[in-house]
Design a protein. Structure first.
Length: 373
């Protein structure tokens, strides 16, 4: 029997996953692993509140800061505080690079194989935010972690190229495993009424370029649904309001509600300046939605222009043109949506990604076993 320990992103808790609507999406693959006989433990940075999720995570062990220690103390001694589970496990894995150094030290102390997963390049995002201190810390962490990890898991080929160029690990250590979609939940539903012409789902942050999207709506006769929260929420709502009834601000919603909301909308738009491997985009595609995405890193790798979606610029005029094109051409929108659904089924289904993930674990453990002799 295999025992996997997943280290959450630094500072993240199960409660925080739930609060921002990520819970169902994030745990799906670990529930699938559990159902296939893998013992799973979550190392989180939450307090005892996280134990309240035991009923929703039956069979998954929760290792949290139940002592309510100061964050720095908990992080420093985590490898000892959760020593019983870490000593007994077979494999340690990170969810993101931020905090991967803590997982790495635990793996080294307990002599466990270590998989460093990064759903996005932390150093690139920090650099794009022009956060010099964070960018330097991210690059230092990535360099240290990637050098010792048994495998480095990224979600796109572009990320593989970045890691090879900047850190030069052995090529065989790199593995591309994309984000997944629960394609049985995110399905087209023609019986849903189309209450909205366009939907955006994501953090309300500069990266997501929501202001350009809202400006693009100003000259269009549409109803838009904005799902998400973030540091720009107050400013955007103050500046744009409901645009004379055009815009509905929904805030964060549970991932389980997204299929219904997506099926109540005609077009999905993701105008970000950059992405890692955007989950909301592939979830919308799984619902058979025609999608519009900015011609930006992380998006252009998924959307093939004119085949399974449309690519546009990050400026409001370009976003508006693409929206108008789909609004004026329902036949094109329908064709793009059908192709989008098929693309997700072929590349990002939970079944497919689970198999890639499970085989990776067995590969790493088999290597360890062979090296022991």
């Amino acid at each position: 029997m295999m025992h996997l320990v997943l280290f959450f992103t630094r500072g993240m808790s199960i409660k925080a996953w739930d609060d921002v609507g990520m819970f169902d999406r994030e745990v799906a693959i670990y529930e699938r692993l559990r159902d296939h006989g893998v013992v799973v433990s979550f190392v989180t940075y939450g307090y005892s509140d996280d134990f309240g999720y035991r009923d929703r995570l039956q069979g998954i062990d929760i290792l949290c800061n139940r002592w309510r220690l100061p964050s720095r103390v908990y992080q420093r001694f985590l490898y000892l505080l959760h020593g019983k589970s870490l000593k007994a496990c077979d494999l340690i894995k990170t969810n993101q690079t931020n905090g991967a150094d803590i997982a790495m030290r635990a793996a080294q102390f307990w002599c466990k194989p270590f998989i460093a997963r990064c759903g996005y390049m932390w150093s690139v995002h920090a650099s794009n935010r022009k956060s010099t201190t964070e960018s330097q810390h991210a690059r230092s962490t990535e360099s240290e972690v990637f050098a010792v990890a048994n495998r480095v898991v990224v979600t796109t080929k572009e990320m593989t190229d970045y890691v090879l160029l900047n850190y030069d690990p052995p090529f065989e250590k790199l593995k591309v495993i994309p984000n997944y979609v629960e394609t049985e939940r995110f399905v087209p539903d023609s019986e849903q009424s189309e209450d909205f012409d366009v939907i955006f789902v994501g953090r309300l942050a500069l990266q997501k370029n929501v202001s350009a999207f809202l400006t693009a709506l100003s000259d269009l006769d549409v109803r838009a649904l904005i799902i998400g929260d973030g540091e720009l929420c107050g400013r955007l709502q103050s500046e744009y309001g409901d645009m004379n009834g055009k815009v509905r601000w929904e805030g964060n919603v549970p991932n389980s509600r997204l299929p219904s909301l997506m099926n109540r909308s005609r077009i999905f738009v993701l105008p970000s300046h950059y992405e890692g491997h955007p989950k909301t985009l592939i979830e919308a595609m799984s619902c058979g939605m025609p999608v519009i995405g900015a011609d930006s890193p992380g998006i252009r790798e998924i959307i093939h222009h004119g085949v399974n979606g449309l690519l546009c610029g990050t400026d409001s005029k370009s976003i508006r043109r693409s929206l108008q094109e789909l609004l004026d051409n329902p036949g094109l929108a329908d064709s793009l949506g059908k192709n989008a659904r098929q693309y997700v089924l072929e590349h990002f289904s939970l079944d497919r990604v689970f198999e890639m993930e499970y085989q990776l674990y067995k590969e790493v453990l088999n290597e360890r076993e062979s090296h022991a002799y």
